[in-house]
Design a protein around this ligand. Structure first.
Ligand code: BGC
Length: 393
């Protein structure tokens, strides 16, 4: 199987990568940018669900100006604070300030872990080993982001991770067989790490006791100027993708991999997100903007390959993404409609954030030519995405 690797083969690679980022870090070191402290992780109570489950919030700091907050509900990254080119900090992740809002405001998947299957499955149907499955139809006629109660609405068990050069949170969730009509008990683990290199690294791991499908991602919406400050149309985006998967009017891939060349889908060179978003191009009409899976140009199936780079000319903030996944969903916040009030008290309108969701292609179970999303007993689903934050002048 092309994209699913076995534990023994990948554990060595993971260990190497971890060692690579764990150069000994003294408790506090002096640099020309001031005093650096070691990464810290703290926990507080974010709220309680109606059934009495306590939701914790973990605050991760890296001693280099970054602070990331993660809650156990949905494994949601609630905020990401990073400095701009002048060292001024802002929260660049869209989200809510209270648990109540996440529970009641119909969050458009702000910051969460998406599963079991990120993005769409046509009409909620797929066949595996000759058995037909019908999943919830929760997005027009299609299944989206794991169904009515996906991984974004589950409470994850958390364990703190402390390593030289990083702090993290290992979140686990066991999805019972039949949950949302998916077959097999899926044991999922998602580990977030914040490193001293201003990276958020996300490692995904899953096993099953019966054949199933799996496609996990994180759904953070970014605005590098700060959440609630307006649209992201001036942000410059580079996508390392020569092809994308065009969709029908319900946003289901047609099955072809079309070249981006000569179309508004071409982000191989950094281009403002808004530069062509109003072009009369059928795919942009279907998505009401960008809402497409891009096929990443990669040399192999397993390494962390460059996927995307975004920069905000105003603040100078940048984010570079690397992933082991074959695709990335670029969503330009088209369905934000001014009905939600974000963490900082501002209303989110269309285009006020973008998401870049590393993933297997949408509707893969119905497209045998796409990389497989099938996971079988004895196999280990293992993938990773790294977000590196920085600034330019
Ligand atoms: C989908 C969009 C959807 C958004 C929020 C994206 O991954 O592609 O169509 O509106 O998530 O649910």
């Amino acid at each position: 199987m092309k994209w699913i690797t076995r534990t023994a083969a990948t554990l060595g690679a993971i260990t190497l990568l971890v060692l690579g980022t764990t150069a000994a870090t003294p408790a506090a070191t002096q640099t020309n940018q001031g005093t650096h402290h070691s990464p810290q992780i703290e926990k507080d109570v974010f709220g309680t669900t109606p059934d009495g489950t306590r939701i914790d919030r973990y605050t991760l700091t890296n001693g280099r100006g970054m602070r990331v907050r993660i809650i156990t509900y949905g494994g949601i990254i609630q905020s990401i604070e990073t400095p701009d080119r002048h060292g001024r900090t802002a929260n660049i992740a869209l989200g809510f300030g209270s648990l109540d809002d996440y529970l009641t405001k119909n969050s458009p998947y702000f910051g969460c872990i998406v599963g079991r299957y990120a993005n769409r499955i046509a009409k909620g149907r797929f066949t595996l080993d000759g058995v037909n499955y019908q999943l919830a139809v929760n997005n027009g006629e299609n299944h989206l982001h794991g169904g009515n109660v996906g991984f974004d609405k589950r409470v994850w068990r958390a364990r703190e991770v402390r390593e030289p050069g990083a702090v993290g949170l290992r979140l686990t969730y066991v999805s019972p067989a039949g949950e949302e009509n998916y077959p097999g008990t899926l044991s999922a683990a998602v580990t977030y790490r914040l490193t001293v290199h201003n990276e958020i690294r996300v490692d995904y791991h899953a096993t099953t006791d019966a054949p199933t499908i799996v496609n996990l991602t994180n759904h953070t919406y970014f605005n590098l100027a700060g959440e609630g400050t307006g649209t992201i149309y001036d942000h410059k985006l580079m996508l390392n993708a020569s092809r994308y998967t065009p969709v029908d009017s319900t946003l289901i891939p047609t099955g072809s991999l079309d070249p981006v060349a000569g179309t508004p889908m071409d982000f191989r060179h950094p281009t403002a997100i808004g530069a062509r978003i109003r072009d009369n191009f059928q795919q942009l009409l279907f998505g009401q903007g960008y809402d497409h899976n891009f096929v990443l140009d990669r040399r192999d199936d397993t390494s962390l390959a460059l996927a995307a780079r975004v920069s905000d000319p105003a603040s100078g903030r940048t984010v570079t993404m690397r992933t082991k996944e074959p695709g990335i969903q670029f969503y330009s916040g088209n369905f934000l409609d001014g009905t939600l009030v974000g963490t900082g008290g501002h209303i989110y309108r269309q285009g006020d954030g973008f998401a870049l969701e590393t993933q297997h292609f949408p509707d893969s179970p119905n497209h045998p030519s796409f990389p497989s999303t099938v996971l079988r007993p004895g196999e280990v689903y293992q993938t990773a995405t790294v977000y590196q934050f920085g600034t330019t002048h």
